[in-house]
Structures are given as structure tokens and as C-alpha cells.
Design a protein around this ligand. Structure first.
Ligand SMILES: NC(=O)OP(=O)(O)O
Length: 311
């Protein structure tokens, strides 16, 4: 079975979302232990990951250092997160595999994803990135032209443009590596957003693609049998934060779409995960699962998480 595993950028941080290296390495270790187990059971695994906390942190460093070193655009920051998290995940997988009978090479692909230059996402920022701040600090930054959004009890968070992913341009390299037996890390952070210019050339654009929507596209492109979105909670929940909160087990895609239409899933959080899983299941008739990092193995077997099925 070919498994497309999407690791949430927030799930790769600690509870305060600071994305310290040690937190990311620890989270990668948990996820790669599961991946090693899947490889032992002869599954093929393709990995993608979020980068919301990480790309936001890079942007802050970039801006704070602007008077000293030349700032780089947001798409460059996204590319840097693909390289760093690809390295962390490959290292963690090698560490896990060293103690097991199965051996497998891995490769991280710097992956560009085509977006439409006229996408509405460029005029209405929706993608939360980086750290949370108190309202007063966020309002100060908003007075300098940034867009911030109230994200509830954790505080305010910066939001940036997030166009729809249309095509994974480096898919041929990803597919060749899969066919050659590599565990491939690809399309991190939803892919580096690029547009096709009128002369046909490609150019990076300042945006962050939603990782979950990028994962759904990667899962379709690589003909995955199951898409597992691993986040910081074991299930999608309806009535979140209310006395009627109920974790969802196995649901049909139509039922899950209905819960989404009723407003049960937050934008920039569970909302895109649900949308991504639904897109994959609708497009392929295959199974999608939303679960936590520590439930990946059970989720692939269909025994954990919110399991989304065609009917
Ligand atoms: N790019 C992206 O959606 O990252 P997160 O999943 O970390 O927010």
C-alpha cells in the first residue's frame, strides 16, 4: 500500500508553538518511528509536512536582521523550511531504521507548486504562520502593514496570502524517486508557490500554500492508496469546545462535508485538513484519515482517527 503521510507544522512544535529545534527533532522521531514500522510491513511511504510555525519564525528573523543582511522573500523562506525539515525527517528516519531489519534510502525534494497569479488568496490573506502574540503586539505590527488575526485563546497570529495549489511541478522527480525505492519527502509547506509568467517562465511568489491542500494534490499525483494527515489531536471533533463535543470516527465524505458546512471546523486549522481529506477521497475513492502523530500506524490500518470513506 502507498501511504501519503502529511505531518502538521504545528504538530512538529511544542505546546507553545515556538518550534525550537529540539521540539521538531523529537516530533520527527515519533513520526519516523511510525514510518519505519510501515516500511517493515512493506508499505511505500511518501511524506509531506507543514511549515506554518517555521516559515513565520524565518520571516521574523529575516525582518529583524534587515538592516544588517539582505532580506529574502517569503517563497525563499518556504524553500528553506523544505530543506531544513527534509533534513530533520531524513535524519530521524535513518536513526529509526538503523535499529531495524529493513533498510531504505530517503530523499527530500525541493518542490515547486504552480499557483494562479490571479488567485483570490493574494488579495485576502488567510494562512496563519509563526508565533502567537497578544492583541496589543499584533495591533502594533498591523500598524506597520502586516495582517494579523485573532486565533482564540492562544492569541493573535500573522496571516499571509495562500493561493490554491494547482500542479506539483516537480512531481516527475518525486515519482522517479518513489519508483527507485526511496522514501520521499516532498512538497513541504504545500510547495514553494510559483506562477507562470506571460513569457512561460516560472517565478516564485510571496505566499504560503496550505500544506493540507498541497498534501491532497500530492496524494493524487503519486496515486497514494491512503492519505493520513497527522496533527496535534487524535480526531476531528464536532462541537469543539462545547459540552456536546464529539470526536468523529469513520464518516462518509458527504457526512464530513455536511459538518464542515455547519461550521464545525476552524479556518486555518481543522478546516483545511477536512477539505483536503474530502478532496482526496472524492477524487480517488480511496481512504483518508485525520489523526495525531502517535496514532499513525493504527490510522494506516484503519483503526484510529477520523477515517473518511467514499460512502
Ligand atoms: N504550509 C502549511 O500549511 O503549514 P502548517 O500545516 O504548518 O500550517
Amino acid at each position: 500500500m502507498r501511504v501519503l503521510l502529511a505531518l502538521g507544522g504545528n504538530a512538529m512544535t511544542n505546546a507553545d508553538g515556538r518550534a525550537r529545534p529540539e521540539d521538531q527533532i523529537a516530533a520527527a522521531g515519533v513520526a519516523m518511528a511510525a514510518v519505519a514500522g510501515l516500511l517493515e510491513h512493506d508499505h511505500e511511504v511518501v511524506i509531506t509536512h507543514g511549515n506554518g510555525p517555521q516559515v513565520g519564525n524565518l520571516l521574523v528573523k529575516n525582518e529583524l536582521a534587515a538592516a544588517v543582511v539582505p532580506p529574502v522573500p517569503l517563497d525563499w523562506c518556504g524553500a528553506q523550511t523544505q530543506a531544513t525539515l527534509g533534513f530533520v525527517l531524513m535524519d530521524a528516519l535513518d536513526h529509526e531504521l538503523a535499529t531495524r531489519s529493513v533498510q531504505r534510502r530517503s530523499a527530500a525534494v525541493v518542490t515547486r507548486t504552480l499557483v494562479d497569479a490571479d488567485d483570490a488568496g493574494f488579495t485576502t490573506p488567510t494562512k496563519p504562520i509563526g508565533r502567537h502574540l497578544p492583541e496589543a503586539d499584533a495591533r502594533l505590527l498591523m500598524s506597520h502593514g502586516e495582517t494579523w488575526e485573532d486565533r482564540g485563546e492562544k492569541g493573535w497570529r500573522r496571516v499571509v496570502a495562500s493561493p490554491e495549489p494547482l500542479e506539483i511541478l516537480d512531481a516527475p522527480a518525486v515519482l522517479a524517486l518513489i519508483e527507485a525505492g526511496f522514501v520521499v519527502v516532498a512538497n513541504g509547506g504545500g510547495g514553494i508557490p510559483v506562477v507562470r509568467r506571460p513569457d512561460g517562465s516560472l517565478g516564485g511568489v510571496e505566499a504560503v500554500i496550505d500544506k493540507d491542500l498541497g498534501a491532497a494534490l500530492l496524494a493524487q499525483t503519486t496515486e497514494a492508496d491512503v492519505l493520513v494527515i497527522a496533527t496535534d489531536v487524535p480526531n476531528a471533533v464536532i462541537g469543539w469546545g462545547t459540552p456536546d463535543a464529539r470526536p468523529l470516527g469513520t464518516v462518509s465524505v458527504a457526512e464530513l462535508r455536511g459538518h464542515a458546512a455547519d461550521g464545525h471546523f476552524a479556518s486555518g486549522s481543522m478546516g483545511p485538513k477536512v477539505d483536503a481529506i474530502c478532496r482526496f477521497v472524492e477524487a480517488t475513492g480511496s481512504r483518508g484519515v485525520i489523526t495525531s502523530l502517535d496514532q499513525i500506524t493504527a490510522a494506516v490500518a484503519g483503526d484510529a482517527g477520523t477515517v473518511v470513506v467514499p460512502e
